[in-house]
Design a protein around this ligand. Structure first.
Ligand code: HEC
Ligand code: HEC
Length: 375
């Protein structure tokens, strides 16, 4: 087993894993303060951070739905109802169990709290909308009736259990615990401008808007907050899995994709390869495929000579994978190709598919943190 392996507990129990992945974290501060307007310098650096870390999925123009059905970050409805806290929290701590990773440094992400605040402020300023003061009181409704409305009007996009589809994961524990009822109701009533999320204000009665909100709220879990314990990535001499093994000789679909079944068979048969986890670092820390090296998509591959030097140049197969299922992995694959690497593959199903198919992963350690109310 590689040095990195000892840091993780090997699990193949899907339920346990999914529980661990639906853990989430919260700012230690009880309040997220709105910032002053950004200076030109702060604005330029936030814009650059956006392009480096977010554009891959949310789009260069913040339009959303470029990869992994990442939502629009410029819809009026989101910005007026979700700034600052919903945007800051989602960016800092992610939506565990979805491709939306945590980005804050305290869990291994690349951005400081201040950078996350400035990035959120920048998103808000780009939208040019007025903030709404949302009511913090719970919205009461008939949960059973809300469930009927959900099946009839929402499930086709958000999934029958709120697991997400073209629409976001409405059953997500982190999303539900970080959003007040009025934020959910506002989204349902007003939709999300410029996206497929319709406005239901004219289609559903006020009572049904309350009912479906109450139904969503009823699915919040109470949710044990966990924080991954930071683990250093493996060192370069441990990058190659099965250094004595032979090349796996994968037959790649479309010249690019290896299936989970073929990858698992090759690993079990002791074949030689490098596995690159291209997700944001905290996701690697929570769960990864054994022997994988975290090289997130947001690394500056072109200018990172040292990084490329650490990868073997002897034709060793390099498999990249990401969350759901291929955007980041294909991006890194292309960067490596440009750097002259040739024996490359992308895991077709991504790590979510890998897990769903029952293949084992390494789980990182976590520590519980105290739940802090939003305000
Ligand atoms: C790998 C793809 C990916 C990357 C990269 C990514 N996101 Fe996301 N993001 C998502 C997905 C998918 C969701 C929706 C998750 C869900 O179902 O709840 C999301 C949700 C969000 C939300 C919640 C929006 C809402 O409608 O409630 C915010 C805010 C956000 N992302 C900001 C960012 C920022 C800022 C960055 C860059 C620092 C970033 N994201 C990078 C995929 C990504
Ligand atoms: C045609 C597909 C579709 C239907 C039908 C639909 N949604 Fe959505 N919904 C979306 C999409 C896509 C998004 C993300 C939009 C974006 O890019 O911001 C979304 C976003 C949302 C959000 C915001 C979540 C967040 O993290 O900010 C809520 C809440 C929501 N939908 C609730 C509902 C409810 C409740 C219904 C049924 C009454 C419904 N939706 C029906 C596609 C749909």
């Amino acid at each position: 087993m590689l040095a990195s392996g000892a840091l993780f507990e090997r699990v193949s129990n899907v339920t346990k894993l999914l529980q661990a992945m639906s853990m989430a974290l919260i700012f230690a501060s009880t309040q997220v303060q709105a910032l002053e307007a950004l200076s030109a310098e702060q604005s330029a650096s936030a814009a650059a951070n956006y392009q480096q870390y977010c554009a891959l999925c949310h789009g260069a123009e913040r339009q959303g739905h470029v990869n992994d059905h990442a939502p629009s970050l410029r819809s009026k409805s989101l910005l007026e109802s979700g700034f600052p806290w919903a945007i800051v929290m989602a960016t800092g701590y992610g939506r565990p169990g979805t491709p939306m990773a945590p980005f804050i440094d305290e869990v291994g992400g690349p951005l400081t709290r201040q950078e996350i605040r400035e990035l959120s402020q920048w998103l808000f300023e780009q939208g040019g909308v007025e903030r709404l003061e949302l009511d913090r009181d719970p919205i009461h409704g008939d949960v059973a009736r809300g469930a009927e409305v959900y099946s009839a009007e929402c499930a086709q996009c958000h999934g029958s259990s709120g697991e997400g589809g073209t629409g976001t994961a409405l059953g997500n524990a982190a999303m539900l615990s970080l959003t007040p009822d009025a934020f959910l109701r506002h989204a349902v009533a007003n939709g999300r401008n410029g996206t497929e999320m319709p406005a239901f204000a004219d289609k559903l009665s006020d009572a049904d808007l309350d009912n479906v909100t109450a139904f969503l709220r009823s699915r919040a879990t109470g949710w044990d907050l966990q924080k991954p314990v930071y683990r250093p990535p493996p060192s370069p001499e441990d990058y190659v899995v099965n250094p004595e093994g032979e090349d796996p000789g994968f037959e790649l679909a479309e010249g690019l994709y290896v299936s989970s079944a073929d990858l698992n068979a090759a690993l079990s048969a002791g074949k030689r390869m490098v596995l690159l986890d291209t997700r944001a670092l905290p996701l690697w820390q929570m769960a990864n495929i054994e022997g994988s090296v975290p090289l997130p998509y947001y690394y500056d591959y072109k200018n990172l000579g040292a990084l490329a030097e650490d990868l073997p140049r002897d034709g060793t197969m390099i498999v990249t994978y990401c969350e759901c299922p291929r955007a980041a992995a294909e991006y890194v694959n292309r960067q490596l190709k440009e750097l002259g690497f040739e024996n490359l593959a992308v895991l077709y199903e991504g790590i979510h598919g890998w897990i769903a198919l029952g293949y084992p992963v390494m789980l990182g350690e976590t520590e519980s943190v105290a739940a802090v109310p939003l305000e």
